[in-house]
Structures are given as structure tokens and as C-alpha cells.
Design a protein around this ligand. Sequence first.
Ligand SMILES: *Cc1c(COP(=O)(O)O)cnc(C)c1O
Length: 450
Amino acid sequence: MTDLLAETTTSAASIVQERRVVTAVPGPKSQALHERRLAVVPAGVGTTLAVYIEKAHGAIVVDVDGNQFIDLGAGIGVTTIGHTNDAVVAAATEQLNNVTHTLFTITPYESYVRVAELLAEHTPGDHAKKTVLVNSGAEAVENGVKIARKHTGRYGVAVLEHAYHGRTNLTMAMNFKASPYSTGFGPFAGDVYRAPSSYPFHDGLSGPDAAKRTISYLEKTVGASDLACLIVEPIQGEGGFMVPADGYLPALQDWCTANGIVFIADEIQSGMARTGKYWASEHFGVVPDMVLSAKGIAGGLPLAGVTGRAEIMDSAQPGGLGGTFGGNPVAAAAAVAVFEQIESNDLLAEGTRIGATLTAGLLELQKTYPVIGDVRGIGAMIAIELVQPGTTDPNPEAVAALSAYAAQNGVLLLTAGTYGNVLRFLPSLAISDELLADALSVIAEGFARL
Ligand SMILES: *Cc1c(COP(=O)(O)O)cnc(C)c1O
């Protein structure tokens, strides 16, 4: 048993960091697994690509047929410091051998406290902060809203157009896009107010003008005094990696502060070293009252956090927050290792490097292919919006064709965008410039064939 484990660990860590396609994609073993899956897993659990993964390391995933893919998605921004990072695997394995579960609200343990300390230290602002740990991003959003309501005694929840916050009942009500996230699943939670956002490629508005539009919408449709919180993704994720115009987020924050509204940054996709800083909020000079984290925080293990001003977080009564698995010791130990890796290997600089390489390569492609309407994003969170050439109209057909071509040729490339009009690049920080150049060459061939 011990030998087997050692062998598996070595084999993932020894994966050569290169693209290699040895069968049709998906290959025969993946196809056989997919048949089994279709019989027992409901259709609602979608499949982007029916390629079944056996092992992964760094920026490469290997499927059951032996194909090696350059992973530009990182499980939607989860394995941010790389697949099977040695330090994360070691920390989680050690914790697994010591204690797997106690339930923090019954008999606590140190790693939960350490994650809360690290989040207090590394989130924006030097005020006193506290953190509750939960299992998923949607659960973090739910708890953020719960706490903001308790703190303010108000009910209203403000969100933005093109937002994505999860798949629970409350978060379905907060998403912009109905299909596929909420179609047929109602009734939904009430008192959610959706305001226009900042989307420079389409609205052409300055940050202050876009903020004026957002604020006046909310003042008219609900009124500041009935709003508990405003939740923003500093760079919108599923909506298509919209980077708000300069000055937009600071103006929203000022309005929230002036009106006693809790300003919440959903950094679930944009945070945890994704953009060359710990949190995308830092690029815009905002200090949120609350930061929501999940995805990349624990190197692939399920963990999420709500970190906020101590006086806001303490407004919930004892027993009002928590859950059976929240802040699980193995996930918490992994998260501590992720923070240590970011610090000791200066991984924030890797995000900046990746952003520069991707942006330069994609801007070069844009010169040849007018179907690339916009290149945007920060750090290892870059996207291209594909358009009908000469317009800003969405081109979801080109997006689908490109991501399919990439997969066939050993590159995992995710789509996004309210209109299915965006290709997003969310590689791990472990990806080399050589692998990025190889992936970009595949994407260039894809455009040439469109
Ligand atoms: C993924 C995501 C969520 C939901 O997280 P889950 O862990 O899937 O519940 C919420 N907000 C943003 C911005 C996300 O990207």
C-alpha cells in the first residue's frame, strides 16, 4: 500500500512538462468512461470535454489515454500554484495522517486559525479582520450576505450585470445569466437588485460615469438605506473577465462607505495570487469591507473563506456561522502551504510574467485576426472577446470552434462570457513561457483555420 502510494506520487511529479497528443481526443478509454458516466451522472452536470484525467502536475494534465494537455484553465482557476504542487501534497498528506476531521466548532485545531491569520495579513487594509471558513464559493457568498444583513439590519443585496456568484438558491438569484444556471429552478430568493456594471469594451464609459450609472440605478430602484451590501467581482469571472474602467470601483466603495452599505469583493476567481497581486481589488486601490475567497485558496482542495472587518464579522451570534465540513483540517493545511509557496517562491511575480507573455501574444494575433475584438485582463487572468469582424457583436461560434480546435491539439482552453463570446486564459502560475508559446501557436493555427 505504502509502495503504491509512493509510486503514484512519483509518477505525477515526474510528468514531463510538454504537450503530447497520442490518440484522437477524446481517446478510446475516455470514451468508454464517458459511456459509464452518461448512465449514472445526470445531464445537468455538464461536460465541457469528455476527456478523463488520470494525473496532473504543474501545468500539464494527462488523460487515461496518455494524452498530455497544456492546462490553460487550472480547473477554473483552482490549481493556481500548479497541479499536485509538492508542498501542498506533502502538507495535506501529513494532515491526513494526523487528523482528518473534528469539526472546528466542536473541538478546534490550529490550521484553521492559521488560515484566518494569513487571510487577515494578506487581504487589503490593515484594520482588524476575522474569517469564517466554509466549503465552496457559493457558500462564502451566502455567508457574506448573511453577515452583512445581520450587521446592517437591512435586507437588500446589490449585484452587478454579468455577475456570477454560484449555484445555490440565493446565488442563483444573484447571477446575471439565467441559462444554464437558474432556468426552471425557481422560485428564487428575493431582495436582490442588479445594477449596470462597467464594461469598457461595450459601454465606453469612464469609471466615474459608469459608477454614477450604477449608483443612480440602485438609489432609484431600492434606495441606499435599504441595502445591506453591494457585491462586486473586481474582475468579473464567468461574465468574461471584464476589467472595470479606472475609478469605477473606488467610486462604488466611497458610496457604500458613505451610506453604511457593506462593500463585498467576490475574489473567488480573481483572488489568491491570480493577477500578480493577492487580490484583484489591490489593482484598483479599493479596500473591501469583506473579501470572499475560494477556488485557488487551497491548491485544489475544497475550501472557501469570508474575511471581513472584525466588527462586521462579529455581528453574527455564536452558532450562527459554520457547518460540518467548513475549514476541514486537510484543506486548511493545504491552504497554509499555498500561502507559504506564494511567499517563498515569489509567485506574485509569476502572475505578472504570465500576463505580459499572454497579452503580448494575443495582441499580436489580434493584428491578423479582426475576429479578436478585445484583449483584456490582468496577470494570469486574461481573455479575448471574439466578435463579428468590424462590430462588437458576439461571435460564440468562433469561440466554440477555437476551444474545440485547441482541445484536439492538446490545449485546454476555457470559454466564458455572457454571450459565450469569450475565451479565457487562467493557467497555473507554474506554467513556463515555453508552454505558453506552444499553446499560443496552437491557438494561432486555430484562428488561421477559422
Ligand atoms: C466559481 C465562483 C463562485 C462559486 O464558487 P463555487 O465554489 O463553485 O460555489 C462564486 N463567485 C465567483 C466569482 C466564482 O468564480
